[in-house]
Design a protein around this ligand. Structure first.
Ligand code: GLV
Ligand code: MN
Length: 195
């Protein structure tokens, strides 16, 4: 859902000091074939505390994607691994199950929860900006390929409420979830937020 390109290619110039909506383009014909290729998701990404590894190939590590309105990711799940609830403010996401069985779910702005058991070979779509997750419910590992209709989908995890820096006041988070400050601090600690 990114804007349409106004030229054939606009390979991101990461060194430019020009700030635009996206990246400034490298000068014509100074780009290389490698700018349009990436091995960024050839292997799983870095492990997180939720039992998943997320890797991305987007405009921030693949310059040829600039202005083209699409990108990839992959998620590799351990047993019981969760890609925790999050939203992409700029993209619809479509996934393809490479391996395993997962619950895929999203929540509409009417608070309707839409979820389905998906398995190897299945495709599932998460409408733009809606909170969603995937949870490995199979007996082994699982892997998905992820496509976005944005060069830079952005990720807003639901746990942002707890992990944002500077910290959202404990009392605000406590009131939001109708709990107390002690619980909020305990959740922050478990999420690895420095005290
Ligand atoms: C999956 O939901 C992802 O955003 O990588
Ligand atoms: Mn997602």
């Amino acid at each position: 859902s990114d804007p349409d390109p106004l030229q054939d290619v606009c390979v991101a110039d990461y060194n430019s000091s020009v700030t635009v909506n996206g990246y400034a383009c490298k000068s014509n014909y100074t780009y290389a074939p490698e700018d349009f290729a990436s091995m960024a998701i050839a292997e799983p990404g870095e492990p997180n505390i939720f039992g998943t590894k997320v890797g991305v190939a987007n405009v921030n590590n693949m310059p040829g994607l600039n202005t083209l309105g699409m990108s990839w990711a992959r998620v590799d799940f351990e047993r019981d691994g969760l890609n925790p609830p999050h939203s992409h403010p700029r993209a619809t996401e479509i996934i393809f199950v490479l391996k395993g069985q997962l619950i895929a779910g999203f929540i509409t702005t009417d608070n309707v929860f839409v979820d389905k058991l998906i398995r190897k070979g299945e495709v599932f779509v998460f409408p733009r900006a809606l909170i969603h997750f995937q949870f490995n419910v199979g007996k082994g590992n699982a892997s998905i390929l992820v496509a976005f209709d944005s060069q830079n989908p952005g990720v807003q995890p639901v746990v942002s409420m707890f992990i944002a820096i500077p910290k959202i006041p404990d009392v605000v988070v406590a009131k939001t979830y109708q709990t107390n400050v002690t619980v909020v601090q305990e959740i922050r600690r478990r999420l690895g937020v420095p005290a």
